[in-house]
Design a protein around this ligand. Structure first.
Ligand SMILES: Cc1cc2nc3c(=O)[nH]c(=O)nc-3n(C[C@H](O)[C@H](O)[C@H](O)COP(=O)(O)O)c2cc1C
Length: 171
């Protein structure tokens, strides 16, 4: 795990290649194994491979989502705030689990923030996405996790640049 974390970077350029079904299934299994407060599992996921839908979702925000159009997979992470007051934490955990599972499979991935973000017409990005996907009213959209075969190389963050000053020790 620590080696995976040492090498992990956000990847925003992907090859055209589709993912094998087995890979998609593994990521979905990982999502569903995510821990959640009191085991309520207030999340729901939309697993998108359709290129036209990915293109539409890539326009969710003016900045920071366009690369989704080139991804093999987008996982829309939704939460039901009526089920649990920790839906944001639970959805965030599921999002990072999807990312780390993708990295462990040799794939590139990047988080696209949706909650509290605006679409270009002034609507919330969430409203735009809910309309495209026909999501029920009670669902909120936390993130979209873009996944695909890497088409860019990024250096690991060197250990020397880690912000150790933000850690306090009580021994
Ligand atoms: C909560 C969260 C929201 C993020 N939102 C976006 C986003 O909307 N668009 C994007 O391109 N990257 C997004 N990122 C990726 C960060 O920009 C990236 O993790 C950060 O710059 C550090 O780079 P690294 O992941 O390569 O170490 C997000 C990451 C997190 C954890």
């Amino acid at each position: 795990m620590i080696e995976l974390l040492r090498n992990r970077r956000s990847i925003r350029k992907y090859k055209e290649e589709k993912l094998p079904q087995e890979t998609v299934d593994t990521i979905v299994e990982a999502l569903l194994r995510s821990p959640s407060s009191r085991g309520i599992n207030p999340w729901e996921f939309v697993v998108v491979e359709d290129r036209e839908v990915l293109k539409k979702l890539s326009m969710s925000k003016e900045h920071g989502s366009s690369f989704l159009s080139g991804a093999a997979l987008g996982i829309v992470v939704c939460g039901d705030s009526t089920k649990s007051d920790t839906w944001i934490e639970d959805c965030s955990i599921a999002s990072i689990i999807a990312q780390l599972t993708a990295v462990s499979l040799g794939l590139g991935t990047c988080w696209i923030q949706i909650r509290n973000r605006k679409h270009k017409d002034g609507r919330w990005a969430e409203e735009y996405i809910k309309e495209i996907l026909g999501l029920e009213k009670h669902l909120s959209v936390e993130s979209i996790i873009a996944i695909g075969y890497k088409d860019e190389v990024k250096s690991p963050v060197p250990k020397e640049s880690l912000e150790y000053k933000k850690v306090r020790y009580i021994k």
